[in-house]
Ligand binder design. Structure first.
Ligand code: SAM
Ligand code: SF4
Ligand code: F3S
Length: 481
């Protein structure tokens, strides 16, 4: 039977740009009585794309589903509910999603009862949602980033009424507290400290898909972390698009640095955070990195370019010199800190000379790793309308030249630990087996070591580094901490 679509609200990029001075709503999650047990005997599978924010969101979607009885299906093609938690950051992120949807179509034809849902950032784009509406008629539910807590309503409507349900809100966003979470690991956890972004870098879609910057109350964050400590968690990663702006929307008195000092007192062993913005990174945060034993000596600080003219056109609001000042200040407090970054090449109008400035800057900054991207136009953002005469070959050539320098940084970052002892939080078995376990060091380096003792998973162990490669280190297990 052909499904009807219930029209609720479709996204609007112009509305998504609005930043009004209105109070942020905090929603306390509750399971409606009518949904209790609705998933018993049914299964789900979630595909997750994009940033850590999306990984955290998927853990919440899984928690919501499991709270009413759904169980996880390893094989997506066996599941009764399949969700694609999508990313819109670059064209290729979206292409992957259209590809997976194509594969799911035949499964849906064979099993018409299966619910296919698109959630996350992609539905927040007008054109993506129109395409889903018109050309992907086997998609049952479409849900944006602001209304995850409506997941069960949408599934239930799609089922009971045999309708396609689209609900994508272009609001400035709310804060959801108390939703169930099914965490992937038992020893490390994502903790959202804020949502949204007000930076409006000219290339970036995130401020449109995630709404305005809004911080969770510190008491809610601290209570969540205390709960995690009680449950045996060793590490938290604090999440936000610009964690250094934490608290600015709540008042002038309590900053991200203050939050780090308070989290240190909860007894959690390791604290990481991402992402930092160079303009907002302040001395208090750097001092917290020095003073708090739990705050790990690693900073991911996106630079994007090493040329001031390009940075200006990106609307990054700092210069290369300010960026260098900030990392030098941090290094004066935490001399062995490892710094990684994000870089974009072939931004509209970037000249060869401006690109070479980025190469010089990357060497000078001594980054120990970087995510490198070719600029990808995002409809609705200012830069998408700017001319970009470079050919695909020229863009890839710039990316390759940049990656050569970045890769040297990765290797140098590992070499400094050769023949030294490092503390590794063990994640599990190494992917290629052979009796090795793997985990992350305090400086966020991947380290493998020989052991088949799975009881070490989730523990912090000492490893003596014996060999280093570009992407990982290898060592020998010494003893448990
Ligand atoms: N808020 C974070 C920050 O500014 O550090 C990062 C957000 S974004 C999820 C991760 C990275 O994607 C950015 O730092 C940027 O390098 C890259 N990015 C964002 N928009 C892009 C675009 N249109 N094309 C290519 N890369 C992009
Ligand atoms: Fe995007 Fe810039 Fe916000 Fe990062 S700071 S999410 S790059 S707009
Ligand atoms: Fe992608 Fe949305 Fe994150 S666009 S990078 S999933 S905020």
């Amino acid at each position: 039977m052909k499904k009807e679509k219930v029209k609720i609200e479709l996204p609007d990029l112009k509305k998504a740009r609005l930043r009004r001075n209105i109070a942020v709503e905090t929603i306390h999650y509750e399971t409606k009585d009518e949904f209790k047990g609705m998933g018993i005997g049914r299964t789900y599978h979630i595909f997750t794309y994009g940033c850590q924010g999306n990984e955290a969101a998927s853990e919440q979607l899984a928690g919501i589903l499991e709270s009413v009885g759904y169980t996880h299906a390893k094989d997506p093609y066996d599941a009764d509910v399949v969700l694609l938690n999508t990313c819109a950051i670059r064209e290729n992120a979206e292409q992957r999603i259209w590809g997976v949807l194509g594969q799911l179509k035949s499964r849906k034809i064979a099993h018409p009862d299966m619910i296919i849902g698109i959630v996350g950032c992609m539905p927040q784009e007008e054109n993506a949602t129109k395409k889903l509406e018109e050309s992907y008629r086997f998609v049952d539910i479409v849900l944006g980033t602001h209304n995850q807590h409506h997941l069960l309503d949408l599934i239930s409507k799609a089922h009971k009424l045999n309708q396609r349900v689209f609900e994508v809100l272009s609001t400035e966003g709310n804060i959801l507290e108390g939703a169930p979470v099914k965490r992937e690991y038992k020893h490390k956890a994502w903790v959202n400290i804020m949502f949204g972004c007000d930076e409006f870098c000219t290339y970036c879609i995130v401020p449109y898909t995630r709404g305005r910057e809004r911080s969770r109350a510190k008491d809610d964050i601290l209570a969540e972390i205390r709960g995690l400590v009680k449950d045996g968690y060793q590490e938290v990663t604090l999440l936000g698009q610009n964690v250094d702006a934490y608290g600015k929307d709540l008042g002038p008195d309590y900053t991200f640095g203050d939050l780090l000092y308070d989290i240190d007192k909860t007894g959690i062993k390791r604290v990481r955070f991402t992402s930092s913005h160079p303009r907002d990174l302040d001395t208090k945060t750097m001092l917290a990195m020095r003073d708090c034993k739990s705050v790990m000596p690693h900073l991911h600080l996106a630079s994007q370019s090493g040329n001031n003219e390009v940075l200006k056109r990106m609307n990054r609001k700092y210069t290369k010199e300010l960026f260098m000042e900030k990392i030098n200040e941090l290094r004066s407090y935490v001399p062995d800190v490892s710094i990684t970054t994000d870089l974009i090449v072939a931004f509209p109008g970037e000249t060869e000379e401006q690109f070479k400035d980025t190469l010089t800057f990357v060497s000078e900054a001594k980054f120990e790793g970087a995510y490198t991207f070719i600029y990808s136009p995002r409809e609705g953002t200012p830069a998408a309308t700017w001319p970009n005469p470079l050919t695909e070959e020229e863009k890839h050539d710039r990316l390759n030249r940049l990656m050569e320098i970045v890769n040297e940084g990765y290797l140098n970052g590992h070499k400094r630990f050769l023949d030294q002892d490092v503390n590794v939080l063990v994640d599990g078995e190494s992917k290629n087996g052979n009796g090795m376990l793997m985990g992350y060091t305090e400086h966020n380096k991947v380290c493998h070591f020989k052991s088949d003792d799975l009881s070490l998973v989730g523990k912090i162990v000492k490893v003596h580094v014996t060999e280093v490669k570009s992407w990982f280190m290898i060592g020998e297990l010494k003893n448990e901490e």
